[in-house]
Write a protein that binds this ligand. Sequence first.
Ligand SMILES: *[C@@H]1O[C@H](CO)[C@@H](O)[C@H](O)[C@H]1NC(C)=O
Ligand SMILES: *[C@@H]1O[C@H](CO)[C@@H](O)[C@H](O)[C@H]1NC(C)=O
Length: 351
Amino acid sequence: MAPLLLLLLALPSVVGAAPRPRVPAVIVFGDSTVDTGNNNQIPTPLRSDFPPYGRDMPGGARATGRFGNGRLPPDLISEALGLPPLVPAYLDPAYGIDDFARGVCFASAGTGIDNATADVLSVIPLWKEVEYYAEYQRRLRARLGRRRAAAVVRGALHVVSIGTNDFLENYFLLATGRFAQFTVSEFEDFLVAGARAFLARIHALGARRVTFAGLAAIGCLPLERTTNALRGEAGCVEEYNAVARSYNAKVRDMVRGLRAEFPALRLAYISVYESFQDIIDNPGKYGLENVEEGCCATGRFEMGFMCNDDSPLTCDAADKYLFWDAFHPTEKVNRLMANQTLQVCYQEGVL
Ligand SMILES: *[C@@H]1O[C@H](CO)[C@@H](O)[C@H](O)[C@H]1NC(C)=O
Ligand SMILES: *[C@@H]1O[C@H](CO)[C@@H](O)[C@H](O)[C@H]1NC(C)=O
């Protein structure tokens, strides 16, 4: 066929199509902050595939296994980059490799950097998320060929959010195991080393653009405020916030070190703590009215099965809340997080 004809045939689709996405795919690792439904497919008690979870999903209520009233940061990031508005869970049989070529989520609610954290609620350990990533790449090569598959992985934005459960579900809650084995500072070092090994591993597998979120003010999660109240103290658990700050500082150093070691790795640290603190200190600036309790049920301790449609107390307007349940932010706040992640990506040349 003549080159001109080829060009003309190609033209309408080019002109008519939506703007080209900024990246070929969004690829997600981590815990419930970014799990778009993998836990639905594994035998764990930690799930959210029932109402009122998903109450405010676009197009109507749909409990997908996302721990929130609507979408999670990776979904919003994907949409903002010109990709689909939802990032599918890798284990969800409703999706296939053609979907995953534009975005895939390996995250599992309840998991952590420490293998022992995933064991607490029988969820997917981080090493297994990486194994799924390698399997995904094999499927991608079989579908697209070696060259195009490599281009997808190289161009994709990898979003990582993990670490809260290592402290709140494992170290401090069980107060056995790691707690007996490590001081909190040693445990931080252990986790940062684990995070570093994970990032080096996905980079070796082809990841080039990566964001790694620090911890939020984990002592201010409604569940921790409630625990504090039961101990007769008011407000956030300052001890946990101090741990988050100390761990975050170590993560920042680790990220800097990795960037120096691997020049091809465009890695950005996302300072979630500072944004959460600003939201808690200045709710009005964000149109929020309640930053201490979740919207679901009493908002003091319910998440997972305890946050269900039997409670008459669930709030009407989740957009006025920082937290949806006692542990997870609302879509409103996830939007702020997605926005922050993208801004940092542009500032630091990840995108
Ligand atoms: C976690 O478990 C995997 C698989 O058994 C193992 O390869 C890895 O070394 C473990 N990581 C740590 C930090 O113990
Ligand atoms: C998101 O970031 C843009 C700048 O990149 C800003 O103009 C916009 O107001 C932000 N939106 C929210 C909801 O924070």
